[in-house]
Design a protein around this ligand. Structure first.
Ligand code: 5GP
Length: 303
């Protein structure tokens, strides 16, 4: 049976639309080729918009070819290593292909600016999931990772050491750090005290080729994504909701009203997990820590 042929007027409109789409894709490629836009930003647009976009319609091969210094032979090799077919468009990639492609591009982009293996990794997650325990485990067992020490306006708890757990600062000092642009990110957490990541030590460690881990709240993670698009965002999850409830109220230090408030907060925070690049389940602390550290050592596939 013959296929129905669209009337001529539709064909003309379709071909105009196709030309416009091609132009839009060409402009995305030009922006990447001239460093006006990062390739990872193109991926993010392709994968976060619900409407069709020029980015989503771009062939993976064409995106890689527009990355400066990537030629056809290298691109073919990388596509094979990433297990992505030649004809694939960004919007048509499966989840694993997306993770692999993003990791490859991040690795390549950060390699230009920093040492080959240095990564900025953000560890966030809901209240009481055990971020602090995982980051303490990493500090004690993986000395090669630079764990950022935050500044906070809250008072030290028994056993906490200035410069190790936090820099405990006054409100005025915190104001000064923010005003001078010395904070990579900062937020008021639980509507109480302010917490922030001093920028200098993070930049120094990355410039020296060390990977850096930030253990911060979700508001802070969002700010890092904007300030440092190459950062890898990891969301720490409880094994189950019931386990989170148990950890949250198990310590019995809060009254029922406060427990309820924290559970509501945890529910809202859990809903943010889709904004993150990777999820790690904190069932066993050493396994969760190992997974986070592994993410820091993603190495680029050599071109
Ligand atoms: P705590 O007072 O129990 O040590 O920490 C409370 C919360 O503050 C935790 O959720 C922790 O992740 C968050 N936090 C710690 N340091 C920072 C920081 O530098 N920036 C942001 N945004 N949150 C932080």
């Amino acid at each position: 049976m013959n296929k129905p042929v669209p009337p001529p007027v539709d064909r003309a409109a379709a071909s105009r639309a196709a030309v416009a789409a091609r132009r839009a894709r060409a402009s995305v490629k030009r922006a990447v080729a001239t460093h006006a836009r990062s390739a990872v930003d193109v991926l993010e647009t392709a994968w976060t918009q619900t409407e069709p976009t020029p980015e989503g319609g771009l062939r993976v091969r064409d995106l890689l070819l527009s990355v400066p210094t990537m030629g056809p032979t290298r691109v073919a090799r990388v596509m094979a290593e990433l297990d992505i077919a030649d004809s694939k468009r960004l919007a048509g990639l499966g989840v694993r292909q997306r993770v692999r492609l993003r990791a490859w591009i991040l690795a390549r982009e950060s390699r230009g600016r920093r040492g080959p293996a240095s990564r900025l990794v953000v560890l966030a997650g809901p209240t009481a999931v055990g971020k602090g325990t995982v980051s303490t485990f990493i500090r004690e067992n993986y000395p090669e990772v630079h764990l950022s020490v935050s500044a906070t306006t809250r008072a030290p708890r028994p056993g906490e050491v200035h410069g190790v757990n936090y820099f405990f600062v006054s409100d005025a000092e915190f104001d000064r750090l923010v005003e001078h642009g010395d904070m990579l990110e900062w937020a008021k957490v639980h509507n109480a005290f302010r917490y922030g990541t001093p920028r200098g030590p993070v930049d120094d460690a990355l410039a020296g080729g060390q990977s850096v881990l930030l253990e911060i709240d979700i508001q802070g993670a969002r700010q890092v994504r904007t300030a440092e698009p190459n950062a890898i965002l990891v969301f720490l999850l409880p094994p189950t909701w019931d386990e989170l409830v148990r950890r949250l109220i198990g310590r019995g230090t809060e009254g029922p009203a406060e427990q309820q408030r924290r559970l509501e907060t945890a529910r809202v925070e859990l809903a943010a997990q889709d904004e993150f690049d990777f999820r790690v389940v904190n069932g066993d602390v050493s396994h969760a820590a190992q997974e986070v550290v592994d993410l820091m050592e993603l190495r680029p596939i050599e071109p």
